[in-house]
Design a protein around this ligand. Structure first.
Ligand SMILES: NC(=O)C1=CN([C@@H]2O[C@H](COP(=O)(O)OP(=O)(O)OC[C@H]3O[C@@H](n4cnc5c(N)ncnc54)[C@H](O)[C@@H]3O)[C@@H](O)[C@H]2O)C=CC1
Ligand SMILES: O=C(CO)COP(=O)(O)O
Length: 337
């Protein structure tokens, strides 16, 4: 396998939130001709004129070569697209991009971490339906936008069923401080990223409620067990779950209140209603939308996911924190696995 040959030289980033902006800055600094699409004129103007995204990544000076636009026609010039809108907005964005590019066979790296409400589809399945000609890949792993934008060392998974396209993505994204590893396992990479967001809410609740470090470690380990149970049942590979996009991202997101999911859980643990916390934020907490969908999928498949069930019930207000803890602790004793 020859890694990193023939990078995509022209990149279009769909979404100018924190992660889209960080990835666009990464590509532009690596010398790629990069355009970033924003829904709003204000952010596009700021990026072009002040080289800053004051709303989503205020402390970072962006490269002056990065061009922002509100016109999806810019995607026609690209050799590769990074999709970085919230998971629930992915389908509409992909349909619009397909129209803008005339249904081109475009490499599209899916960077959002979530499962679609209503359909239970993963992002690569949404891509297949919304833009069947596109060549899908998944970029996932432990990577806070602010860390990547600052150039702090980061390693992630780039999953692509097509090895030659995958190695082109590696060559496109790799820098001295950003290290993508190739995997063919799109399903595993996506599931790890989507499920860890739900588990991070649970860890935040434990921290916010002051239940201690031992409880948090137990939750992470049992959370990982249920993530693995579900993902392997769907056909994901165990090594992907144990890797950067699975265990790696679970550790990061559960450990830091920099995570929007973890901090949402923290506020819930402090007694606030999830809906109130979500309503006052500008940024997305993907786990809140993914939790109920994941519960439905797990029930359909007969997979036991007690922590995910508890998070969904806490988010909807059906259950109080202390009741959820008591339910989890009083389950029948069983063999670990
Ligand atoms: N921020 C991070 O550190 C990381 C985020 N991600 C994932 O990237 C995805 C995007 O997250 P962020 O950029 O952090 O979110 P964000 O909350 O910082 O920004 C969201 C962006 O999406 C846009 N947006 C919102 N609704 C939209 C819609 N209906 N149609 C089109 N655009 C819409 C917003 O205008 C904004 O530009 C999420 O799935 C997240 O899990 C993945 C890795 C790291
Ligand atoms: O996915 C992330 C880090 O890898 C970011 O997590 P949050 O969306 O919870 O902030």
């Amino acid at each position: 396998m020859t890694i990193g040959r023939e990078p995509f030289e022209r990149i279009y980033v769909a979404g100018a939130g924190s992660w889209g902006t960080a990835l666009a800055a990464l590509c532009a600094r690596a010398g790629r001709q990069t355009s970033i699409w924003s829904r709003g004129e204000e952010i596009a103007g700021q990026i072009n004129e002040e080289h800053r995204n004051a709303t989503y990544l205020p402390e970072i000076e962006l490269p002056s070569t990065l061009r922002a636009t509100t016109d999806r026609a810019a995607a026609c010039e690209a050799e590769g697209i990074l999709l970085v809108v919230p998971a629930q907005a992915a389908r509409d964005e992909l349909v619009a991009l397909r129209e803008a590019t005339g249904g081109a066979a475009m490499p599209v790296a899916l960077c959002c971490k979530g499962i679609e409400r209503g359909t239970g589809r993963l992002m690569h399945q949404v891509l297949k339906e919304a833009w069947p000609e596109a060549l899908g890949a998944v970029l996932s792993g432990p990577s806070f936008a602010a860390d990547v934008a600052r150039g702090l060392p980061t390693a992630v998974t780039l999953a692509d069923p097509d090895e030659s396209c995958g190695t082109r993505w590696l060559g496109t994204l790799a820098t001295e401080t950003f290290r993508p590893y190739y995997s063919p396992d799109v399903l595993g990479a996506e599931l790890g990223g989507a499920i860890k967001n739900v588990l991070a809410i649970a860890c935040g609740i434990v921290e916010g409620r002051g239940l201690g470090e031992s409880a948090k470690a137990a939750l992470m380990a049992r959370g990982f067990a249920e993530a693995k149970r579900f993902a392997l049942g769907m056909g994901a590979k165990p090594e992907t779950l144990a890797g950067l996009s699975g265990l790696g991202d679970l550790i990061l997101t559960c450990s830091s209140r920099q995570s929007r999911n973890m901090s949402l859980g923290y506020e819930m643990g402090q007694g606030r209603r999830a809906a109130d916390v979500i309503a006052e934020r500008r940024t997305v907490s993907e786990g809140a939308a993914t939790a109920p969908v994941l519960v439905s999928l797990a029930r359909e498949r007969g997979t036991d996911m007690p922590i995910t069930e508890a998070v969904a019930a806490l988010l909807s207000g059906e259950l109080a924190v202390d009741e959820a803890i008591a339910d989890l602790m009083n389950r029948p004793l069983k063999i670990e696995g």
